[in-house]
Design a protein around this ligand. Structure first.
Ligand code: SAH
Ligand code: SF4
Length: 354
């Protein structure tokens, strides 16, 4: 029999489940506290739940977190986790310490079907969607490896896959993460990055999730964006940016636009100026991501001077623009470097160990 995974349920679903099993609603709260609060997955350890309830649960459901098949530590302190699900499918999650933050980058699909030219994940195609429980399960699995005094403070949906192509599970996982009875994260500490799926953005506008959104823009003309990102052939820049303009941002929140800088492709001063005019009328900030190379990509990262010159043009025109010097580049864990388990990363790690 297929047993349901309680990690796929929101705290109010757990309450409903308790009631269905003839228990008072607060048993659902207790269950949620064990699972999301304490990361306990064995019913035997949930000592304040009546034995009868635990037995009913065991008959129909389990709490199934993924396992960690491998961990690659980077020299900069970040770690890449190879996460394995019950059916053997694997994704990667990346943990990145930064000052007082500890950010976990989550995957939403096994691979990705959007085929952006500069992205290693894009070469894999998509195998399947992750369930909501598999998305939050990455947090549970990684949390178990932390010291007592460490907490994951921020979550970014920027791992493998396109969150909005797995809409239902993505939204449900966000509800579980932000529910005070669930993981209890403030929505301001969560960022969802999308390739720019216009229908998904329009649906999200009605969810009132209040999390941060990042749009992968990466080019300033339909011609250039279409060459880099096949999705642009379906929805052009006008469609994408007008969906962004209509998006009801919470006060004091801005939409992030990601722009991967590729040498001699999209890094000219002219591009920077066009970017400014494209974003007119949107409460925007720009995140410049110097391209992270992978073998056979055919792209190069611009020089530091060139990257900073691009940023300067944006800043001079009053746009907030930061440069994301990626973490975990040495272990293939930086943006766009997640892919089929890379033997190269192993080799590099072994080289460092010597
Ligand atoms: N599918 C989503 C989220 C995952 S990718 C999206 O595309 O937004 C997270 C970010 O990394 C995206 O902005 C993506 O365009 C960027 N990225 C992909 N490959 C990259 C690479 N090789 N170097 C730098 N950034 C890259
Ligand atoms: Fe998929 Fe995002 Fe990579 Fe594009 S950049 S291929 S949408 S993971």
């Amino acid at each position: 029999m297929h047993r349901m995974n309680l990690l796929d349920l929101t705290p109010s679903d757990l309450e409903a489940l308790a009631i269905r099993f003839g228990e008072p609603a607060y048993r659902g709260h207790q269950l949620a506290r064990w699972i999301f609060g304490k990361g306990i997955t064995a019913y035997d350890s949930m000592t304040n739940l009546p034995r009868q309830f635990r037995e009913r649960l065991a008959g129909e459901a389990h709490v199934q977190a993924p396992t960690i098949a491998d961990v690659l530590p980077s020299r900069d302190g970040s770690q890449k986790f190879q996460i394995r699900f019950a059916d053997g499918a694997e994704v990667q999650a990346v943990l990145m310490p930064d000052d007082d933050r500890l950010t976990l980058c989550l995957s939403t699909q096994v691979g990705c079907g959007f085929g952006c030219r500069f992205c290693l994940t894009g070469t894999m195609g998509v195998t399947r969607n992750l369930s909501a429980g598999e998305i939050v399960g990455q947090l549970l699995a990684v949390r178990h490896t932390l010291r007592e005094d460490e907490r994951v403070t921020h979550l970014v949906y920027m791992g493998m896959g396109e969150p909005l192509a797995n809409y239902q599970s993505t939204v449900k996982s966000l509800r579980i993460l932000t529910d005070p009875e669930g993981f209890g994260y403030s929505p301001r500490r969560i960022t969802v990055s999308t390739v720019g799926l216009v229908t998904g953005i329009e649906k999200l506008a009605k969810e009132n999730l209040r999390v941060n959104f990042a749009i992968s823009l990466h080019a300033t003309s339909n011609q250039a964006r279409g060459e880099l990102m096949p999705i642009n052939r379906g929805w052009g820049l006008e469609d994408l940016l007008s969906a962004c303009r209509r998006f009801p941002l919470p006060v004091r929140q801005r939409m992030t636009f990601e722009y991967v800088l590729l040498a001699e492709v999209n890094d000219t001063p002219e591009d920077a100026r066009r970017l400014v005019s494209l974003l007119r009328g949107i409460r925007a900030k720009i995140n410049l991501i110097p391209f992270n190379p992978w073998p056979g990509s055919g792209f190069r990262r611009p020089s530091r001077d060139r990257i900073e010159a691009f940023q300067r043009i944006l800043l001079e025109r009053g746009i907030t623009a930061t440069i994301r010097w990626s973490k975990g580049e040495d272990i293939g864990a930086a943006c766009g470097q997640l892919g089929p388990e890379a033997p190269m990363a192993r080799t590099i790690e072994l080289a460092y160990a010597r």
